[in-house]
Write a protein that binds this ligand. Structure first.
Ligand code: G1P
Length: 215
């Protein structure tokens, strides 16, 4: 259609994107939880480590967070979870880690000792929240397949990781970057404004527009 309509600039963008990678996908036919979603990809992934990205955690970083985490994976050859400090009652919206700092990592790397999905503030084992970037070993498929539904009646990835912890080490990595919770309406708006301001083609005009608002 773009070709017929002579929209060659747009066509070029579409072609560039589709030439970057091959995309395969499986659908999770019922909303049975994040753990179930990951398990749905088992046949597609097979027996190799893989990355899981939760798209509502939008992170702006100089070095992409997964790239930062791959460095840790390459060194440790164990699963790696992204983490961030979350203070106060907001911690109850996250998976929360019990973890010990890895000596010499400057507080950036932790060995995970336990993890719990969305605990009450009083029960939270620390202020280290799980953020939606994971590099996981395929063993997690076995533990997820043997995990019962948890918080919210859903099969939780966090519970599958708890099972994984009985068999393999897991590390938590304090990533460098700025995160927006785009699963939250306000977070989504903040991300939109922030990213729009950074765009070369729109940023200037958009900034002027914002300045002109009577706030
Ligand atoms: C999911 C995970 C949770 C994690 C969070 C990060 O929760 O279950 O462990 O801390 O993503 O964004 P959700 O936000 O889907 O409720």
């Amino acid at each position: 259609m773009l070709e017929e309509k002579g929209k060659h600039d747009l066509l070029k963008i579409v072609r560039q994107i589709s030439d970057m990678i091959y995309v395969s996908y499986v659908r999770q036919k019922e909303a049975l939880g994040l753990g179930h979603a990951v398990l749905t990809a088992r046949e597609l992934i097979g027996d190799e480590p893989f990355a899981t990205l939760l798209a509502d955690d939008v992170i702006d970083a100089k070095v992409p967070v997964l790239k930062q985490m791959m460095k840790v994976f390459e060194e440790k050859q164990c699963s790696v979870i992204a983490t961030q400090i979350v203070e106060g009652p907001a911690i109850s919206s996250y998976g929360v880690l019990k973890a010990k700092p890895v000596a010499g990592s400057g507080g950036k790397l932790f060995e995970v000792l336990d993890l719990v999905e969305k605990p009450k503030l009083a029960d939270a084992p620390s202020n280290l929240a799980v953020i939606g970037r994971y590099i996981l070993t395929p063993t997690v498929f076995e533990t997820l397949a043997n995990t019962k539904p948890g918080a919210g009646g859903e099969l939780q990835l966090t519970d599958g990781l708890r099972g994984l912890l009985r068999r393999e080490k897991i590390y938590a990595y304090v990533y460098e970057g700025r995160r927006f919770d785009a699963g939250d309406k306000l977070g989504f708006l903040k991300a939109t404004v922030d990213f729009a301001l950074k765009r070369k083609d729109l940023g200037g005009e958009f900034r002027e527009y914002l300045k002109g608002l009577k706030l």
